[in-house]
Ligand binder design. Sequence first.
Ligand SMILES: [Mg+2]
Length: 336
Amino acid sequence: MAENLFMRVTLRDGTQGIGEAAPFPEVGGEDRPTCFAAATELAQAMIGQSAADYESLADRLHEQAPLHPAARCGLETAILDAYCRARSIPLWQLWGTADIRERETDITIPICSPDRTLELARGWYARGFRLFKMKVGTDVELDIRRLQAVHNTLPDIGFIGDGNQGFSREDCLRFVSGVKQFGGRLVLLEQPLVRDDLEGLQAIRHLTGVPVAADESVRSLGDAREVVRLQAADYINIKIMKTGVIEAWKIAAFTRSVGLRLMVGGMLETRIAMGCSFSLVLGLGGFDVLDLDTPLLLSTDPVTGGYRYNGPRLYPWHEAGLDMQVSSPADRMTIQ
Ligand SMILES: [Mg+2]
């Protein structure tokens, strides 16, 4: 279940912006109560500030709450949305106009039995999805069988193996050779090893020849520099919930400047946070793997407007800000 927080910022002229925090205890250590408390405190410090100073505001939020990236992300998004609405520009225009086109996302398949894996994959395949992000890393033999079941049934597909830090080096190598043996197309290994094992990630890259994406290994610009220094990845997975929006933007710009490739993902988010991530894809460019599927996994869409999905395709919007309205707020959070 997603336990997220929506935030609304109102500028002096009445313009409003919305943002979302999706705290994810396993990754960021935040949960909804601590995120709510942090956001409440941070919001007080934003009162009276100019939204045009969004970069320095992000720095201040970071100084005040370094361990609450999701709370910061929600506030930053709301400030950015309000600022862009006031200027009548879509949020992506703030980052640039590099890549304004429809894009395709992968779809995530959780760890489950081979039968259930195949059932889920078939359903998404029928809706047009061709890139399957398989959660793996707990049982190598089972992981291989799950991928093989999908490979043997559905033509023209690719896999991302997302280990979520679960593999040992040896298990990861066994997994890759198992997939290669049945002819599976493994386009990416996402965070196969524990986040601090950058030498291990570098070894996996060289031993398998499969591109590696650093996800949990990169939670700041400093982390990204370290990954680059140790040649630990081919891709950096940008997630605004790990770092806040402006830091994510800086990491993405840095990643491009040193010639690494960009992936973008999210926690369990609605289209509010994911729209903000999509704005980076559109405005900044250079993202070639999109993992922007979580709104499709939720039972309801609490917002109207903004970018649209059709199967795996995401369609850009051209209206101001994120162009979204919250249509079914649950518990309202108001900070005066
Ligand atoms: Mg991941």
